[in-house]
Design a protein around this ligand. Structure first.
Ligand SMILES: Nc1ncnc2c1ncn2[C@@H]1O[C@H](COP(=O)(O)OP(=O)(O)O)[C@@H](O)[C@H]1O
Ligand SMILES: [Mg+2]
Length: 301
């Protein structure tokens, strides 16, 4: 069965993104031709080991850093074409962020409510009455009613991150980015924060990109993109179906990512199983492409 899905204009579109850092004369290739597409209203996790380029990617998507090569569009803006003033406007109005370091998200001398109000007054979104209504709405959405007059130091790590999500949404961004939002939390608080992100995505429809080294995050989202060596390598799509006994079954299917010029990464366990290295034979068959060892080469385990 095939179904044709219409293609909306994506909220995040990266093509062949490269970021090379120069550090003491040594080049570090943090991103090596990364491709990514996130459609409006999607909730996507990007999962990869430490050092795989996740924070570099979010720095670029949020307009803090610029790539060495490639193109990047977020919320309808070509980030490489923005003037410095437009870039400030983009960061203020179009995107929201939640960072790993809980201390980076909230001003320590302001209460939860004041932290939210500080954002709406800087972004000048609506009249004072509309701003007050917005902050009430966010406080309810994130279950912060009992905590609204507390300063961050009197909140647990999980409560601080829920407050950080409210602050990140205060300017009504089109896209919300979260870099390791559960990195400093225990398991129970992590689940709480991930479920808060999921319910905000469902209820507000804000496009959400969560970056993390924690593979268990994929249990909370429909689509997970794996990043390896500065490239998107595989994607896992989860869906729920009801079986013949009426019980909900979660299916997770893994796909390899095929880029625009036809490159893909073969899983290491596949190439190892057949001793593939350096050179392989490809054959087009009626419904698949076969990858076979080159029989003139010695297999390598
Ligand atoms: N400012 C920088 N200067 C030099 N190298 C950097 C800088 N930032 C990150 N890197 C390197 O780029 C690679 C990717 O880093 P990063 O994006 O932070 O990965 P992740 O967030 O997945 O852990 C790593 O090898 C890291 O050491
Ligand atoms: Mg990081």
């Amino acid at each position: 069965m095939t179904s044709v899905t219409p293609s909306p204009t994506p909220d995040v579109l990266c093509a062949d993104l490269v970021r090379v850092y120069q550090s003491r004369g040594v080049e570090v290739q943090a991103l090596q031709g990364l491709n990514l597409r996130v459609d409006p209203g999607e909730l996507v996790a990007i999962v990869g080991e430490s050092g795989s380029g996740k924070s570099t990617l979010l720095g670029i998507l949020s307009g803090l850093d610029t790539p060495t090569a490639g193109t990047v569009r977020v919320a309808g803006h070509d980030l490489l074409a923005l003037t410095p003033k437009q870039r400030v406007g983009f960061r203020r109005h179009d995107v929201g962020f939640v960072w790993q370091q809980t201390g980076r998200n909230l001003l320590p001398y302001l209460t939860v409510q004041q932290n939210i109000d500080a954002v709406t007054s800087i972004a000048r979104t609506g009249s004072p009455a509309e701003r007050a209504a917005r902050s009430d709405e966010l406080i309810a959405l994130l279950g912060l009613e009992a905590l609204r007059d507390r300063r961050p130091e009197l909140l647990s790590g999980g409560q601080q991150q829920r407050a950080a999500i409210a602050v990140a949404l205060a300017n009504r961004p089109r896209v919300l980015f979260a870099d390791e939002p559960t990195g400093e939390l225990d398991d129970a608080a992590s689940i709480d924060v991930l479920e808060a992100l999921r319910s905000v995505n469902e209820q507000n429809g804000v496009t959400t990109v969560i970056v993390t080294h924690d593979p268990s995050v994929s249990e909370h989202v429909r689509r997970t993109v794996q990043i390896r060596d500065g490239r998107t390598s595989t994607e896992t799509v989860r869906s729920t179906r009801t079986d013949e006994h009426g019980a909900e079954q979660v299916h997770a299917e893994e796909f390899a990512v095929l880029d625009r010029v036809g490159r893909l990464q073969l899983p290491a366990e596949f190439t190892a199983a057949l001793g593939l290295h350096d050179r392989v034979r490809l054959a087009l068959e009626p419904d698949q492409i076969a990858v076979r060892p080159d029989e003139t080469q010695e297999p390598r385990p």
